[in-house]
Design a protein around this ligand. Sequence first.
Ligand SMILES: [Zn+2]
Length: 214
Amino acid sequence: MSKSEIIPIISNAIDSNCYLILDEITAIIDTGAGMSDWLIKKINEIVNLDQVSLIINTHGHADHCGGNSFFKNAKVFAHVLDADEMAEGWLYGTSGLRGSAEPLKVNVSRKLTEGDSIELGSMALKVLHTPGHTPGSMCLLEEERGILFSGDTLFSGGGFGRVDLGGNAGEMLRSLKRLTELDFTLLLPGHGGVAQNGRNHAALAYRYAREFLI
Ligand SMILES: [Zn+2]
């Protein structure tokens, strides 16, 4: 039995969803845009922000990594192919989302690649490189319980992320196809609600993507 706990924080408007993981390490997957007091307050009701020692950004868009700076003691993990864009702070044209012309520089301390394992204590997350939304977009798979953190690659109800902010339609199609073949049940996406029977949502998204992306 896994002793870790996953607490979804479902956002709206500009922020991404955030997923707190309480294990030997306290981690958070994505941090929102960093503009909404309610989101940070909500996280702070669950854990002291300084207790979070690891941020995993599913990709380098401002609505997913803009809140990183609230977590002073956290290292940042992201995919190697988004790390340069994050370091420069332009975030595939999304840095302006926050209403500032300044770049939002995010330093990545560990650059992840396909197949990497992130050990959190009793839980481990496997990195699946799923480009299409951005070059370095990734999903994180918890294999023991069949949980997929899908970032902006796959949403509930057959949605998928846009491909015009650093993305690529062909890659998105291939990534969605890959998710249809993956063994998982609980879908925890970057926006919108969570879903059971995640593979059905992946199959629907792949069908829609084949209609609309090509
Ligand atoms: Zn995004």
